[in-house]
Design a protein around this ligand. Structure first.
Ligand SMILES: [Zn+2]
Length: 414
């Protein structure tokens, strides 16, 4: 089958631009935090497009949205694609959205081909891939895959003290969270189209990346308690400055990543809150967040142990207390060889060069891999920029990604 003439890239780009207007901030900034007014309006827009394409739409208790094109043998496990449409504050319009609207256009293109596949093809829109509101990413796919329990989800509270239970009910999702998890084998395959969010494809001048594994993320929160006091009156030997202890911990974290023995270990402290935050007051309390990732679980965990050793040393030497809370520590995912092969063949069929690569960012595919064979397809984004308003993927690159996704889904669903 030749799909190229039937993909309507102009329409896809105009839908992408339309969705970018649905934002909590002025264009070109896209901000869509979970269950905000913008998030709900964006969901409504996508659901409307799916219904217009005659897909069967349903939502689960956390707001994961499923839009199915029924196959000719509805008893068979569906083949799925999709991504997310939530966006961190001050983000761009391609992250996640390319996989959702691109997936939808692919289904519409396959519908226009006339031949109905045996397996149903389902578009998924995952709830809260970004951790903005509740501090944990991939909420929807974690629950869907059983990686997070409903009990753990019910304990989530946002920074305003509002629980996930409350915000989801307000957004219209009130069924028990127990109904979200899907059984293993529910999907035959899941393929996610996404912008690379890094510079490798552009540097290599390649239009497509086929992801073979997804790095293992971990995230922790540290709370350092020292002693406050007057910046003039308390002399240095008497001090138990929480920020100085935090500074040592931040450098120990950097060192743990740098000395892991592999370039794949990356550690970031992205939030540092200092209390009371006054020029003439010794910091008494500091909160830090740690984001630690690696393609190897063993190496990631070794870095975590090195950070733990440093924490104990700093506590002893500086007479402060440092408590830590593990937000998540997930295993890496290996992509399914049969889907990687289907993607490679689709690239070859259309004479499109590609490279095999690791996804260092994590995505809903990481969690989908717990219940289904998965793989991801990356397209370049300018300068590797993502999570910023000037994030950009060209219509040509989006078209190539959609074309390969169409071929792949058609072959997996046939
Ligand atoms: Zn994303």
């Amino acid at each position: 089958m030749e799909f190229r003439p039937t993909l309507s890239i102009d329409r896809l780009i105009s839908e992408l631009n339309a969705l970018a207007q649905v934002s909590e901030a002025d264009p070109p900034v896209v901000t869509r935090v979970l269950f905000s007014d913008a998030d709900l309006r964006a969901r409504a827009y996508i659901k409307g497009l799916c219904l217009k394409a005659s897909l069967e739409v349903h939502e689960d208790a956390i707001g994961n949205t499923f839009a199915r094109w029924q196959g000719s043998e509805p008893g068979l496990a569906p083949v799925a694609t999709g991504s997310h449409i939530d966006a961190i504050p001050n983000a761009g319009k391609y992250d996640g959205v390319v996989g959702v609207l691109g997936g939808l256009e692919v289904i519409r293109a396959l519908q226009r081909c006339g031949a109905r596949p045996k397996h149903s093809i389902e578009l998924l829109l995952f709830t809260s891939e970004e951790p903005t509101r509740f501090g944990i990413g991939c909420l929807g796919s974690r629950l869907l895959s059983g990686t997070m329990t409903p009990d753990a989800a019910r304990k989530l509270i946002d920074k305003d003290g509002v629980s996930l239970e409350e915000v989801r009910r307000k957004a219209g999702y009130s069924a028990p969270l127990e109904e979200v998890k899907l059984p293993g084998g529910y999907y035959k395959a899941f393929v996610e189209l996404h912008i690379e969010q890094g510079p490798l494809l552009e540097q290599q001048k390649l239009p497509l990346g086929i992801v073979t594994s997804i790095a293992a993320p971990a995230s922790l929160r540290f709370s350092i308690e020292g002693a406050g006091g007057h910046a003039g009156a308390v002399l240095m030997p008497e001090r138990r400055d929480a920020l100085c202890a935090a500074a040592e911990l931040v450098l120990a974290i950097e060192n743990a990543a740098k000395s892991s023995g592999a370039i794949d270990t990356v550690a970031t402290v992205g939030i540092c809150e200092v209390f009371p935050g006054a020029v003439n007051s010794i910091p008494s309390r500091v909160r830090l967040t740690l984001d630690l990732r690696d393609t190897s679980l063993a190496r990631r965990d070794a870095a975590m142990r090195a950070i733990e050793t440093a924490r104990q040393t700093i506590v002893a030497e500086r007479q402060v207390s440092i408590s830590e809370e593990l937000v998540n520590a997930d295993a890496p995912a290996q992509c399914a060889p049969e889907i990687v092969e289907a993607l490679s063949q689709a690239c070859a069929k259309h004479n499109l060069a590609s490279m095999k690569m690791v996804s260092r960012a994590y995505h809903d595919s990481l969690f989908m891999s717990r219940i289904a064979p998965v793989a991801m397809l990356f397209i370049p984004c300018r300068n590797g920029y993502s999570h910023r308003p000037d994030e950009y993927a060209s219509p040509e690159d989006i078209a190539r990604g959609a074309l390969v996704l169409a071929e792949t889904l058609a072959s997996l669903a046939s």
